[in-house]
Design a protein around this ligand. Structure first.
Ligand code: GAL
Ligand code: ZN
Length: 668
């Protein structure tokens, strides 16, 4: 298979949007600045198949030939995100049906039901034709399936039929469905399979077990849809890699099964350019990158990266500040991106996305942003072989779960309790200490790690409970929080003390709880320091655990809020409340010391570090993702790999959006 792990730059290119005379110029200029790869094709179905059964790849052949002449490689996106009008007119069953019974229409995009039979046959045919045509093309190296999968919330006949089949597969009988979902409530019992439909009407107050299964079914539908394409691509193009461009987390779509049969995951990265987001943006961005790396537990691609002010879907955001584009490209690489593909070469002068700006403005005169991009291309190309094969190795993991996200959204637990926002808090705390962290599917093997942070594992799978308990027994440290072990996997409350299956390993039981939401509350530690807490208070009764903090307010003042239990050779923390980030920091610092991990204790706000390693070599990336000059204390003197010849004594000063990459060995 073609190697997909080069550290290199690319651009998204839409030859069908431009006059042919521009193709040559564009290809030459790309070569000149050092672009190595383009992505094309993902919306071009009406050009690939202008009429039913009439296929035309000549135009793309011509375009690709020009890029190939310049030594530029090509990834092709399958065009199934945008079925052409002749097709949706002929086969309206392709159009997803909304909860109110109305179809989506052609003209925007994503107007295709994953379960439509017409979509299956026409979609498979265009993918087969494309892959047949390009299987031996020397410039083509890989494929992107569709574009930015998300749930369709479709209620068409076919989705209804497939949903029933999916349920019949999961449950042994309709009686079992009634039993597991608890449909007796509000006389919701089903007497025949024909009564089981998708949640038409879309009320959020329908049975929560049913709603969760509908979400799972939809994720499964996306998966089957993608798998058909993967099978065709593998069959026709066994030497090409396959990826998908995931986007904007959190997604209700389950990323992990979709990633399973891809060779590499990709992410579309649009960090927020607003000056008001400078304190949160770099951290939520870092989390997205870490989630993407976790999809396949390896390096990934950025398939679209911010190149100018985005707009059209909303009023335009601010233009990227000088250095922003470059710094965020390096941030992506520092957290495991190998290829970074910029969206897009030139801003569209036609169509709905005219103001989602590319590297070059409508005028086609390369400006400030293009100059910055040119600089990064040169830097990335200069370091490409140095960084080749380097990966991240972390001792801490945060568990992330689509099931928890969806279930907690179906039944919001208290004001302000947001599953993904809570993950962000933990991730930000760890990142601010300069610690690397992996973010993984909660069902993954964990033995590579020392510390696991597991916010709100609300639904509990007995196999995961066992896995977590053995992780602790073997010497690992786990942090559990409020709303853990509440339900079984069918979204039904357990009739046992919380945290349910984890009570024994946490050494604690929840006596009662108080969904405090945003009402101010506090807890106090043994050294008499008070921290604010919010969202929720589990009033804890330690069985074997020791108390680390006590509530300070309300009728439960003096009761345990935070505990730690020795379990086997490890330690299990239980945080009954959403603790303030300052307490998260204190806790992580303690754990880091116990596990002897390296931190950067005085990292200024907005500065991020991460390390890519290969054999005995390690490269320390330091990024100033802020608009101020920042000074970063270093534990010794290091040599720069980004600016050869420069050595930094015990401190490093970075300009706004400045970047440095240091060689952590040969440092004296
Ligand atoms: C992505 C999408 C691109 C483009 C871009 C800007 O979500 O994949 O096709 O639309 O955003 O909106
Ligand atoms: Zn459908």
């Amino acid at each position: 298979m073609n190697n997909f792990s080069h550290v290199q730059m690319g651009v998204d290119y839409y030859p069908e949007h431009w006059d042919r005379s521009l193709w040559v110029e564009d290809a030459q200029k790309m070569k000149e600045v050092g672009v190595k790869v383009i992505r094309v094709g993902e919306f071009a179905w009406s050009r690939f198949e202008p009429k039913e059964g009439l296929f035309d790849f000549k135009w793309l052949d011509d375009a690709i030939a020009l890029f190939h002449d310049q030594g530029i490689q090509v990834v092709i996106g399958t065009p199934t995100h945008t079925p052409p009008r002749w097709l949706t007119e002929k086969c309206p069953d392709i159009l997803p049906i909304q909860a109110n019974g109305q179809p989506n229409h052609a003209g925007v995009r994503g107007h295709r039901c994953f379960n439509s039979e017409s979509m299956d046959s026409y979609g498979s045919r265009i993918v087969a034709q494309l892959t047949q045509h390009y299987k031996d093309h020397p410039a083509v190296i890989g494929w992107q399936t569709d574009n930015e999968f998300s749930l369709t919330y479709c209620h068409c006949e076919s989705c209804n039929a497939r949903f029933r089949e999916w349920l019949q597969n999961k449950y042994s009988s309709l009686e079992q469905v009634n039993q597991e979902w608890g449909t007796v409530v509000w006389s919701g019992e089903y007497n025949s399979w024909s009564q089981v439909t998708t949640p038409i009407g879309g009320s959020p107050f329908q049975n929560p077990s049913y709603q969760l299964d509908y979400y799972r079914f939809q994720s499964h539908s996306a998966n089957i849809f993608q798998q058909r394409q993967i099978d065709i691509i593998r069959h026709n193009c066994p030497q090409h890699f396959i990826t998908h461009n995931f986007h904007s987390y959190p997604q209700k779509l389950d990323l992990y099964p979709l990633g399973e049969n891809l060779d590499v995951a990709a992410f579309d990265y649009y960090p927020n350019t607003s000056p008001n987001k400078t304190t949160t943006g770099p951290y939520s961005g870092a989390l997205s990158l870490d989630i993407t790396r976790g999809i396949k537990r390896r390096n990934f691609w950025i398939m679209e990266q911010l190149s100018g002010p985005p707009g059209c879907w909303m009023p335009m955001w601010r233009t990227p500040y000088p250095g922003f584009i470059r710094a965020y490209i390096w941030q992506a690489i520092s957290r495991g991106a190998d290829t970074v593909v910029q969206f897009r070469w030139r801003s569209a002068n036609i169509g709905a996305e005219q103001f989602w700006h590319g590297l070059i403005d409508h005028s086609n005169i390369p400006g400030r942003r293009f100059e910055e991009f040119t600089k990064v291309c040169a830097e990335v190309n200069a370091l490409s072989s140095t960084l080749a094969g380097t990966v991240l190795r972390n001792d801490i993991a945060i568990l992330h779960s689509h099931d928890q996200l969806v279930a907690l959204d179906i039944q919001p637990q208290s004001e302000g309790l947001d599953y993904y926002e809570n993950i962000k808090c933990w991730h930000r705390t760890v990142t601010k200490l300069g610690l690397g962290v992996d973010v993984l599917n909660w069902m993954e093997h964990l033995s590579d790690y020392k510390i696991i942070i597991a916010p709100s594992l609300y639904l509990m799978d007995p196999a995961v409970a066992t896995n977590l308990a053995s992780f602790a027994e073997a010497g690992g440290t786990i942090i559990f929080t409020h709303r853990t072990g509440v339900k079984n996997m069918n979204n039904v409350c357990l009739m046992e003390p919380l945290p349910g299956l984890l009570s024994a390993c946490a050494g604690v039981e929840v006596e009662e709880y108080d969904p405090i939401g945003n009402d101010p509350h506090h807890m106090v530690t043994a050294d008499d320091i008070s921290y604010s807490c919010s969202q929720w208070c589990d009033i804890l009764k330690p069985t074997t655990a020791e108390t680390l903090a006590w509530y300070a307010d309300d009728f439960y003042a003096g009761k345990s809020a935070v505990t730690v239990n020795s379990h086997g050779r490890g330690k299990v923390y239980y945080l009954g409340t959403h603790v303030d980030e300052s307490y998260m920091k204190v806790l992580i610092e303690e754990l880091v010391e116990a596990h002897d991990l390296m931190i950067f204790p005085e990292l200024p706000e907005g500065v991020q570090v991460s390390v890519r390693v290969r054999d005995s070599q390690s490269f320390l990336f330091i990024l100033n993702l802020s608009r101020e000059f920042q000074r970063i204390p270093l534990d010794s003197s290091y040599e720069s790999v980004l600016y050869p010849g420069i050595k930094h004594p015990n401190t490093l000063t970075l300009e706004p959006y400045g970047v440095e990459i240091l060689n952590m060995h040969n440092n004296h």
